[in-house]
Design a protein around this ligand. Structure first.
Ligand code: ADP
Length: 244
């Protein structure tokens, strides 16, 4: 890919809600080519961490991507640095086609003069994203008629056309069939080759198959970190999960 590879570096991240420490001094580093999974019991602070990185939650500490400090920047400025996320419920324009959804997402990045110019055919980045997420055959279907899995892929495609280099995905395989999970794992592997990907996920089978590293959060802190096998063997992790 044409862009330089960038790392996410989180240092002593803190998010407080009315005195309650939802994220309580988290430090972690995710390099490009890493497929990092973020796990932990409900309330561990996973979503709040992603909110802080994307500008949706005020936080203390430092979050750097490619050397740029993200904390304190508004959401749209963070997005412009090549950072994007998905939510558990895909947010696509249901009545528009797959192609139109991707085109609109790409438009957010396109200079006005290219928007005004008469366009013929499918823009290159849109065609590439269609292929990467495996939706070429579905490109003219209304997004609302896509199965759950394909909607998630479309949402990922909408990040790819914006040239997102850091993707934060919230439970992307929740509610998916086994086949959809496999395809999603392969997709994450492909896009993770030259991007930085952080995935919140509970499904241990999925982690075993696709995670290159795991960070376990508990009560707003990093409880354990390593390969799937390493964190599974960590007595502190076992204690937290058995204690649920
Ligand atoms: P996870 O994603 O790991 O399940 P969350 O980040 O959603 O955890 O939540 C971490 C803690 O912060 C929870 O105790 C939750 O109740 C609390 N929390 C999250 N968002 C808010 C908010 N907007 N206001 C108050 N408390 C919140």
């Amino acid at each position: 890919s044409e862009h330089e590879l960038k790392s996410l570096e989180i240092t002593d991240l803190r998010v407080t809600f009315d005195g309650f420490r939802a994220v309580d001094g988290v430090s972690l580093r995710v390099g490009p080519g890493d497929l990092r999974f973020l796990i932990g019991p409900n309330g561990a602070g996973k979503t709040t961490l992603v909110d802080a990185v994307t500008g949706l939650a005020a936080a203390g500490g430092s979050v750097r991507f490619g050397g740029n400090e993200l904390l304190g920047r508004p959401v749209h400025r963070i997005a412009r640095l090549g950072i994007g996320r998905t939510f558990q419920t895909a947010t696509v324009f249901e009545k528009l086609s797959v192609l139109q959804n991707l085109d609109i997402a790409a438009g957010a990045r396109r200079p006005l003069r290219t928007l005004l110019r008469q366009r013929r055919g499918i823009p290159e980045e849109v065609g590439r994203a269609l292929e990467t997420v495996g939706l070429t055959a579905d490109r003219d279907r209304p997004a609302g008629t896509l199965a759950h899995g394909k909607k998630q892929w479309l949402e990922i495609g909408m990040l790819l056309v914006q040239d997102v280099q850091l993707l934060l995905l919230d439970e992307p395989v929740a509610g998916m069939s086994h086949e959809e999970r496999e395809a999603t794992g392969e997709l994450l592997r492909r896009i993770g080759r030259d991007r930085t990907v952080v995935v919140i996920e509970h499904d241990m089978d999925f982690l075993r198959a696709f995670a290159s590293s795991v960070t376990v959060l508990h009560a707003g802190r990093v409880l354990s970190e390593g390969t799937v096998a390493e964190v599974q063997a960590d007595p502190r992790v076992q204690e937290v999960y058995l204690g649920q």
